[in-house]
Design a protein around this ligand. Sequence first.
Ligand SMILES: [Zn+2]
Length: 151
Amino acid sequence: MYFPILNTMKGYSIDEILFKKLDCWLGTRRLATRKFLNPLNFSIDTGIDAEVAMYIFALCTQTNINILKVKYVVECRNCNHICGKYYSTGDIPRKISCSDCGISIDVNEDDIKIWFELIQEPEAHPFPTTMKNVIEGVYDLGKQIASVHLI
Ligand SMILES: [Zn+2]
């Protein structure tokens, strides 16, 4: 497993297939997206019900699992610039001014997007090193192709 701590979910009577899918999904996210995870994307990628997905994401923020953290992002309603990121609703200012377009916003619910941030490193890599060596030529080619598509 990428996050063995997810086995804790057994104690909440969570179906094993759910947290195994979550483990795999979290462990294979691109580095750049690990700070902006959304349970709906997990739901779409795995076919798991959206409400169930939200529930297990919320469980992952609890102190005994603690691999995800809730993040509140305030976006400018004029230019979509990210004006601030907060880890508690109490920290969100009532008024914020956009450093990009200059408008002043009275922050309300519609301006706040909720994301989950992965705060633990996966304990495993998707491929064992030995396997990577066997397929090195193809692996390098795959990396080149992937990097072209990521730009
Ligand atoms: Zn703006």
